[in-house]
Design a protein around this ligand. Structure first.
Ligand code: ATP
Ligand code: MG
Length: 436
């Protein structure tokens, strides 16, 4: 290999044969989010480090060891955003979006975490997320979850997905549970791994989420969070289940489901696939009623989710649902460079007449044979040939590149009609699906 510079580990190029699938996934999210009343917000990729420390929590994996933090030239500590909620909330507060309104916002874009790269886990990855502010009830939680069901199952057609839900309680009931959990885990202190020991007094609920089988075995007999929920928590959780049942959303209750970020309380949920190995969670979310106040606003209930786009793209691609690459419908081939000017004029008039048609100009000289080979490699269905005879009598030769249908020469006037019959204008539905 030469000394050409390579990309950074964990930072991927998304190649042309993958981008149609990305477009499709993004457009399904966008369409459904809009239908449920969410509006898009575009946020900076870099924020002050203090925002993430305060919002995500000092003793989380993200803040302890995953953030890309640096001092800029003024000496201010900045961080590449590791998730979207903190910035979305910061913007909603700063721009006054929370006053006298119950905004519903969504965002999409790259996030950065210094994790160990592996399948489904990257250092730059993409999330699509949504946040709804101002309403405390389980009806909103259920509606948000029904929206994610519509996106993942109805929209993207993903199978073998399971929805897990839990309720982490309010800060008081969670505090009582935390104390009981610490007391239990202290009895097993020596069998815990180093990470669990480190988390024991700072973030013990996170130990429930440990992937280590030895720790898992201890957790099996740990106190049950649900025994510590108070009446209000219980009513909220029962309400959520009733609303989900009414919406026809299937779920399983996982009393050990916690989320990696400090700000969650009350409802939490995850959509998990069995088809992705260890990195099975494709979308996760929950309530964070305390967070707005924590970052300096008036107490405002809130709930949100974030989906991992790489994992979703992998699932729909493996299932064969990814839309085809957008190859040209036809290419325009010229006999000699002398006709380049005519070709440009013809190509532009075709593009004006048929706005959905993908037409590529094969320029750059070479013999007719070489040009046709290039046209073939573009994946186009048809070659439109502009040779000497065609230029002389304002015609064009239409040659099929995919089937043994020979070729016909027609007038340039008839060409538009001919092409519009061969390549039907896509319906709105197909345009959404295939991004054409
Ligand atoms: P995990 O337990 O897999 O580390 P998390 O709890 O850290 O996930 P969240 O912060 O809730 O994840 O992010 C929501 C979603 O974003 C995840 O469910 C996952 O689909 C995706 N995601 C998170 N981290 C990564 C990553 N490093 N690479 C790719 N996708 C990721
Ligand atoms: Mg993580």
């Amino acid at each position: 290999m030469s000394d050409a510079i390579q990309s950074i580990r964990g930072f991927s190029d998304i190649l042309p044969d993958e981008t149609p699938c990305w477009h499709w996934v993004e457009s399904v999210f966008r369409q459904e989010l809009i239908r449920y009343g969410y509006q898009e917000i575009r946020l900076p990729v870099v924020e002050k480090t203090a925002l993430f420390k305060r919002a995500i929590g000092e003793v989380t994996d993200i803040v302890e060891k995953e953030m890309y933090t640096f001092d800029d030239r003024n000496g201010d500590s900045l961080t590449l955003r590791p998730e979207g909620t903190a910035g979305c909330l910061r913007a909603a507060l700063q721009q006054g979006l929370l006053h006298n309104a119950q905004p519903r916002l969504w965002y999409a874009g790259p996030m950065f975490r210094h994790e160990r790269p592996q399948k489904g886990r990257y250092r730059q990855f993409h999330q699509i997320g949504a946040e709804a502010f101002g309403l405390p009830g389980p009806d909103l939680d259920a509606e948000l979850i029904a929206l994610t069901r519509r996106i993942l199952i109805n929209g993207l057609g993903i199978q073998n997905l399971r929805l897990e839900i839990n309720n982490l309680g309010n800060s008081e009931s969670r505090g009582r549970y935390r104390a009981a959990l610490i007391q239990y885990l202290e009895q097993h202190h020596d069998t815990l791994d180093a990470e669990a020991q480190r988390r024991l007094y700072t973030n013990p609920l996170r130990i429930l989420d440990s992937k280590n089988p030895a720790v898992q075995a201890i957790i099996k007999d740990a106190p049950d969070l649900h025994d510590y929920l108070d009446e209000a928590d219980g009513a909220h959780f029962a309400g959520l289940q009733a609303h989900l049942q009414a919406a026809g959303v299937e779920f399983v209750i996982n009393p050990r489901l916690v989320r990696g970020l400090d700000y969650y309380g009350g409802t939490v949920f995850e959509w998990i696939s069995d088809n992705l190995g260890a990195q099975g969670t494709v979308l996760a979310g929950g309530r964070y009623d305390a967070l707005v106040e924590m970052i300096g606003g008036k107490p405002t209930p809130a709930i949100g989710f974030a989906a991992g786009v790489e994992r979703l793209v992998a699932l729909v691609t493996d299932a064969g649902h990814a839309p085809a690459t957008e190859t040209p419908h036809c290419t325009l081939v010229i006999g000699t460079p002398d006709y380049a000017v005519q070709a440009t004029g013809l190509a532009e008039s075709i593009r004006s007449a048929l706005p959905w048609l993908r037409l590529q100009l094969v320029t750059g000289g070479g013999s007719m044979k070489a040009q046709l080979r290039r046209a073939d490699r573009s994946g186009a269905q048809l070659a439109l040939i502009l040779g000497e005879a065609e230029v002389a009598n304002e015609s064009v030769t239409v040659k099929s590149l995919r089937a043994e249908q020979g070729q016909v020469t027609i007038t340039q006037q008839d060409l538009i009609q001919d092409l519009s019959e061969r390549f039907a204008q896509p319906t709105d539905e197909r345009r959404l699906r295939d991004g054409v």
